[in-house]
Design a protein around this ligand. Structure first.
Ligand SMILES: Cc1ncc(COP(=O)(O)O)c(C=O)c1O
Length: 386
């Protein structure tokens, strides 16, 4: 099994089945687990459905087949998984380093909630590499990465960061949602915890929430699972079922997202209205070499910077689009496009402050890419070419 390719493994991780066997696991909607023998009441697990039932075990097995590691903890949303991963590693008096490009709500969790709990938090620029050593303090406990960075798509030198942190026994955590877990294998690169918002590519149909934390070692996995148990973090059975169903087709969907996204990216890069494409699979991306070394594919989400635009032009462009929706998620079957400037809260000196025009984020869905290009082209009549 383990020599098979990920797409095969995602289809063939199956738990015990009903008799006669069916392809998919049953969806157990239950809170109570019944015991017929008092001797087993306090001995058997799961003793309560919050610990997960058959479908959860099968989803965990599929996620292990995808990302490797020694344990998976499910969570009710991606953000809950992101928060759990860092919170279970720290205590009052500790210091954590977080990427300036971390998903905004995760960054807020660290900078507000963890700080109130007595944890010191410092941001670092995403391209810092080995330079992170300069930010280590005697109490630094964990480094939180996300690659590519949210909204601006910087690729981190994960092996260099892992090496630097490892030399001081500092944990590393990464948000691996963008790659769907398929195109980037952070646990194999030595990262301690890899987090995914299952809401995006795993569920894949914009119809559920979920999150998962994958641990490289059994000891860290145990820590995450104890912390989740104490906080009551669990994933509902229907969402677990949707995530498992989504994983079966992940590699086919992701390939389609990637191919279409690259087609749109190449088209956008050649347009006079676009000042700069931000797609790590393109030579023009400053971290392309690192992406090529550490990733095996891209997904459907990337960015671009427009030329300077007169007031109202971006809104007119967005209103004129038929096939692109405006919404804050991604990873579903549908294409989305949003302006990002109101969300950017970055360290001084970051490149985002110097760019010529508005920053846009696009999610390329599973529509025909030629239709998407035609939609963009028609709406671009509202934009200035600079
Ligand atoms: C990179 C990243 N991580 C985590 C999340 C959070 O996922 P959820 O919406 O399931 O809480 C998101 C959501 O947009 C995201 O973009």
């Amino acid at each position: 099994m383990s020599e098979n390719k990920p797409s095969t493994r995602l289809i063939h991780t199956r738990g015990p089945r009903l008799d006669p066997p069916v392809v998919n696991p049953p969806l157990e909607r239950a809170s109570t687990v019944l015991f017929d023998d008092p001797e087993r009441l306090y001995a058997d697990k799961p003793s309560y459905a919050r610990m997960g039932l058959g479908v959860h075990r099968e989803l965990e097995a599929a996620l292990s087949a995808l990302e490797g590691g020694q344990g998976v903890q499910l969570a009710p949303s991606g953000l809950a998984a992101c928060a759990l991963a860092i919170a279970c590693l720290v205590e009052a008096g500790d210091h954590v380093l977080i990427a300036d490009t971390l998903y905004g709500p995760t960054r807020r969790f660290c900078e507000k909630r963890l700080k109130r709990m007595g944890v010191e938090v410092t941001r670092f620029p995403p391209r810092i590499g080995r330079g992170i050593e300069r930010l280590f303090q005697p109490n630094t406990r964990a480094v939180y990465l996300e690659s590519p960075g949210s909204l601006t798509f910087e690729i981190m030198d994960t092996p260099a960061l892992v090496e630097a942190a490892g030399s001081r026994d500092i944990y590393t955590v990464i948000d691996n949602t963008w790659s769907g877990g398929l195109y980037h294998q952070p646990l194999a690169l030595g990262v301690d915890l890899s987090v995914q918002a299952l809401t995006k590519y795993a569920i894949g149909h914009a119809d559920g929430f979920g999150g998962a934390v994958m641990a490289r070692s059994a000891a860290v996995a145990q820590n995450v699972s104890e912390c989740a148990g104490e906080w009551g973090i669990a994933l509902g059975p229907e969402e677990a079922w949707l995530a498992l169903r989504g994983l079966r087709t992940l590699s086919t969907r992701l390939r389609a997202h990637d191919e279409s996204a690259r087609k749109l990216a190449a088209w956008l890069e050649a347009r006079p209205e676009v000042a700069r494409l931000i797609h790590p699979a393109f030579d023009s991306h400053p971290d392309h070499a690192i992406w090529k070394r550490d990733f095996t594919g891209a997904s459907g989400l990337f960015g671009f910077v427009l030329q300077p635009q007169p007031d109202g032009a971006v809104n007119a462009f967005l209103r004129a689009l038929d096939l692109f929706g405006m919404g804050f998620s991604w990873g579903g079957f549908e294409s989305l496009l949003i302006p990002c400037d109101p969300q950017l809260r970055r360290l001084p000196g970051d490149w985002t402050q110097e760019r010529p025009g508005p920053l846009m984020r696009i999610h390329v869905g599973l529509e025909d890419p030629d239709d998407l290009i035609a939609d963009l082209e028609a709406a671009m009549q509202h934009l200035s070419a600079g």
